[in-house]
Ligand binder design. Structure first.
Ligand code: AMP
Length: 286
C-alpha cells in the first residue's frame, strides 16, 4: 500500500490513470476504522483494480468542536487494516492540504430541503461540511466509483445531490450497513459506550425492525411515537428523531403507503454518545 500526504504525491501515484476512470474506486473515511469501513474497501475491490482510501477528520463537518476534538484516532491500526483489506493507495491529507485558504467563509452548496431535515435540524452546517470535504477529495482522487455506507443514509442522499450538481462523472455505490451480532450498526462512536450502554445500544436496531414489522399497516405518527417510547424505555437519554420518510427525498411520510419507497431513521443518545441508524421499510410477502 502506498501512503501519500500531498496532492502532488497523490496525482503522481495515479499517473497514467485517466481522470474519473472506473478502474479507480474511492472510499473516504475519518479513520478509527472497523469492519464496516472494511466492507466498503472489499466492495471497492470487487469494482475496480485500484482502490484509494482516505483518512481525514474533516473539521468543517463538526458542528460541535468538542465532538471534533474527541473523535477517536487509531492510525497505525487503520493502516494495518487497510493493507490487509487490499487498499492500494492511502491518502492522508492535512487540513491545509484540502483547505489552503482556511476553513472559514467557504461558499455554500445549494442542498435545499435535504439539509433542513433530520440530521440537518440537529447538526446545522454538517452537510455543508460533508460537501466541502467530499468535493475536494473527489477533485483530488478523480475516481470512477465512490463508495459510501448506507448507515449514513442522509449523507448518501446529500452526496448524490452533490454529484448531480457538480456533474462529476462518478458512480455512487451505496454499501449495506455492517452490524454487530446483536444488530448494532458498527460505528467508531460505539467505542465510547460502556459495557451497559453497549448492550442497550442494540435496541435501536430492534426498534427499527419493529417499525418494519408493522409497516405499512400502521400510520407513521403512531409508529414513530411508539418507537420513541421503546428507545427511552430501553435506556436512551434522548431521541433527536425517529422518523419514517420517503426513501429518496427524506420528506416525512404522512400516510402509510406500501407503494412509496420508505425508510425509518433514528438518532438517539446513550451515555452521551449520539448514535444514528436506519432501515429501509420493505414490502412484505402476504
Ligand atoms: P466515517 O469514517 O464514519 O466517516 O465513515 C466512512 C464511511 O464508512 C462512510 O461512507 C460511512 O457511511 C461508512 N460506514 C460507517 N459505518 C458503517 C457500517 N457499519 N457499515 C457500512 N458502512 C459504514
Amino acid at each position: 500500500m502506498i501512503i501519500v500526504h500531498s496532492l502532488q504525491a497523490l496525482r503522481q501515484a495515479l499517473l497514467g490513470v485517466p481522470a474519473y476512470h472506473p478502474g479507480v474506486a474511492f472510499v473516504p473515511t475519518m479513520g478509527a476504522l472497523h469492519h464496516g469501513h472494511i466492507s466498503l474497501v472489499a466492495a471497492a475491490r470487487r469494482l475496480s483494480p485500484t482502490v484509494v482510501t482516505s483518512i481525514f477528520v474533516n473539521p468543517t463537518q463538526f458542528n460541535d468542536p468538542a465532538d471534533f476534538a474527541r473523535y477517536p484516532k487509531s492510525l497505525e491500526q487503520d493502516i494495518d487494516m487497510l493493507e490487509a483489506a487490499g487498499t492500494h493507495l492511502l491518502f492522508l491529507p492535512e487540513v491545509a492540504t484540502l483547505y489552503p485558504q482556511g476553513t472559514q467563509h467557504l461558499p455554500p452548496y445549494p442542498l435545499g430541503r435535504l439539509e433542513q431535515l433530520l440530521e440537518g435540524v440537529h447538526r446545522p452546517g454538517h452537510f455543508q461540511g460533508v460537501c466541502q470535504v467530499v468535493h475536494r477529495l473527489l477533485q483530488a482522487v478523480q475516481p470512477g466509483h465512490l463508495l459510501l455506507g448506507a448507515k449514513d443514509y442522509q449523507q448518501c442522499m446529500v452526496v448524490r445531490q452533490l454529484l448531480l450538481q457538480t456533474a462529476l462523472p462518478i458512480q455512487l455505490q451505496i454499501v449495506p450497513t455492517m452490524r454487530e451480532a446483536d444488530g448494532l450498526a458498527m460505528s467508531s462512536r460505539n467505542r465510547r459506550l460502556g459495557a451497559d450502554g453497549r448492550q442497550k445500544a442494540a435496541s435501536i436496531y430492534r426498534t427499527l425492525q419493529w417499525i418494519n414489522s408493522q409497516w405499512p399497516h400502521a400510520q407513521p405518527a403512531i409508529l414513530e411515537a411508539e418507537a420513541r417510547r421503546q428507545l427511552l424505555a430501553a435506556g436512551f437519554e434522548s431521541v433527536d428523531y425517529c422518523s419514517i420518510c420517503h426513501a429518496h427525498t427524506l420528506e416525512p411520510l404522512q400516510q402509510a403507503d406500501a407503494d412509496e419507497p420508505a425508510v425509518a431513521l433514528v438518532a438517539a443518545t446513550l451515555e452521551g454518545v449520539r448514535l444514528i441508524d436506519n432501515l429501509p421499510l420493505g414490502p412484505k410477502m402476504a
